[in-house]
Design a protein. Structure first.
Length: 167
């Protein structure tokens, strides 16, 4: 089993949205028996809570299912995870500093690095998926659009890794 974990700050907005979208892509690609997808937060403020209702509404309107409970990322998880996807540069930095080894730190990647349109950070709003929590509803729609844009590239990378993993 190849394991992917999406990480944002509180695990109630961006990372559960990314988890739902990517899980859908994994299933559509016929990889759901080979790839496990989950999410967590760098902090534990919302542990046990469901996803933000605005995130749920945007996901449901776009046809994505979700059943989420927030949890905090733990350093010990690096041993069982193959890929840790940070939703912004602050998460990337925090996760890499939390990694117990250089090999574990190498498992951490920024989500938008899988979006070819994000290669020009100046033209696309930067490498981060902005935090919609304190903003208006359309921030959640923007978050979904950025996650969806990065998902095909991430799926290609995971598909290649799974093929290598099972070879």
């Amino acid at each position: 089993m190849y394991r992917v974990c999406f990480v944002c700050t509180g695990n109630i907005c961006r990372s559960p949205m990314a988890e739902s979208v990517f899980r859908s892509h994994v299933a559509a690609a016929g990889l759901d028996g080979l790839v496990e997808v989950d999410s967590a937060g760098t902090g534990g403020w919302h542990e046990g809570d469901g996803a933000d209702p605005r995130a749920v509404a945007v996901l449901e309107a776009a046809g994505y299912g979700q059943d989420h409970r927030a949890r905090q990322f733990r350093s010990s998880w690096f041993d069982r995870l193959d890929l840790v996807i940070a939703l912004d540069s602050g998460h990337l930095r925090d996760l890499r500093s939390l990694a117990p080894t250089p090999e574990a730190a190498a498992k951490v990647r920024l989500l938008r690095s899988y979006d070819p349109a994000a290669a020009d950070a100046h033209g696309s709003g930067g490498p981060d998926v902005p935090d919609p929590y304190y903003g208006p509803f359309d921030g959640f729609e923007e978050c979904l659009a950025l996650v969806e844009a990065a998902s095909p590239g991430l799926l290609d990378a995971v598909r290649a890794a799974v093929k290598e993993h099972t070879a």
